[in-house]
Write a protein that binds this ligand. Structure first.
Ligand code: COA
Length: 330
């Protein structure tokens, strides 16, 4: 019998647009205050892509950095998985545009839409392809230009979101990397968090544009409660499936939606867990599918992760959808 093939993260990279939108800036746009946003969400500022700066460009920049850090040439990449809900166009997929920009001549690729849980869905999909022996090197990218689907007249949502991208290189390995991965959805709660128009249900009309239906709509309070319970359960199951306990986790990289959600999950996971959480949501807000790889890459750059560390990632988002994964750092 041939030895088991594992999937390991061998490189990380991220990119965030230069333009910073602070809470003070938002005070001039909608009826809100810096104090309200900070105490309710933990967010101080977010990045906003320029008009011509596309999801594919941000994804490409993050991917280039991830390839560099892994020491992998673009020609070696066999598959590109892009998690996004703000692709450049309905089709071709953003993965195709990134493939061309990178010159990843041998790679196939596609986009995967699962809102804020998208990156963990893509990581699991890429890992399955590697573990099956079908491919050996993949790029897994989360990239979002949420500013293009944000209702800038709604204080309920516009204070929460931002733009950015993160990427990892995932490669075949004879030693374990991805120790566990757990995914789930509950489509009965689809209406809690959605972009109602722009699909076949509500193609663009003057009315859909007038009513801001091409923007993110959210039931904040309901989403909050479910997010805490679901992320907690996903984290606990991912840790158990990895054959570990909470004490074995060196760093937790949660989806960066809201400080209060993260604190509630960490507190329920156990004493001292909050000290192991990597946070950058104060500077980026919620960047949906880009959130975890952006945070993971920043954590690596800041020297917060060392070889052998067990890193827990956990996400929750529209769908509703969620995921949890534990990786051993290589
Ligand atoms: C959105 C969220 C921050 C709102 O916080 P909250 O404590 O639940 O606030 P509520 O929705 O109960 O609103 C409280 C009040 O603040 C007001 N409010 C909402 N947004 C505001 C803003 N940006 N500035 C000032 N006031 C605001 C509301 O209108 C409401 O006023 P009212 O009591 O007069 O009706 C919170 O529900 C949340 O984080 N939910 C999860 C969202 C999320 O992360 N979604 C993505 C998951 S991937």
């Amino acid at each position: 019998m041939s030895p088991k093939i594992h999937a390991a993260i061998t490189g990380t990279g991220h990119y965030a647009p230069e333009k910073v939108l602070t809470n003070a800036d938002l005070e001039k746009m909608v009826d809100t205050t810096d104090e309200w946003i900070r105490t309710r969400t933990g967010i101080r500022e977010r990045r906003i892509a320029g008009p011509g700066e596309l999801t594919s460009e941000m994804g490409t920049r993050a991917a280039r950095r991830a390839l560099e850090s892994a020491g992998v040439a673009p020609e070696t990449v066999e598959a590109i998985y892009v998690a996004t809900c703000t692709s450049d166009m309905v089709f071709p997929s953003t993965a195709c545009l990134i493939q061309a920009a990178l010159g990843a001549k041998k790679a196939y690729g596609f986009d995967l839409s699962s809102a804020c849980a998208g990156f963990l869905m893509a990581l699991d999909t890429a890992a399955s392809a590697i573990e099956s022996g079908r491919i050996r090197t993949a790029l897994v990218i989360g990239a979002e230009k949420l500013s293009s689907v944000t209702d800038w007249t709604s204080r309920n949502t516009c204070v929460l979101f931002g733009d950015g991208a993160g990427a990892v290189v995932l490669q075949a390995s004879d030693r374990p990397g991805l120790l566990s991965s757990l995914l789930g959805v509950d489509g009965t709660l689809a209406d809690f968090l959605s972009i109602p128009a722009g699909g076949c249900k509500l193609p663009a009309t003057a009315e859909t544009i007038r009513d801001h239906l091409h923007c993110i709509h959210m039931s904040g309070r309901e989403t909050f409660k479910i997010a805490v319970n679901t992320m907690l359960e996903a984290a606990q199951q991912a840790i158990a499936r990895a054959g570990l306990t909470v004490a074995d986790i060196n760093l937790m990289v949660p989806h960066q939606a809201n400080m209060r959600i993260v604190e509630a999950v960490a507190k329920r996971l156990g004493e001292g867990v909050m000290d192991k959480v990597f946070l950058n949501l104060d500077r980026y807000g919620n960047t949906s599918a880009a959130s975890i790889p952006l945070a993971l890459s920043e954590a690596v750059a800041a020297g917060k992760i060392k070889r052998g560390d067990k890193v827990l990632m956990v996400a929750f988002g529209g769908g509703l959808s969620w995921g949890g994964a534990v990786v051993e750092w290589r």
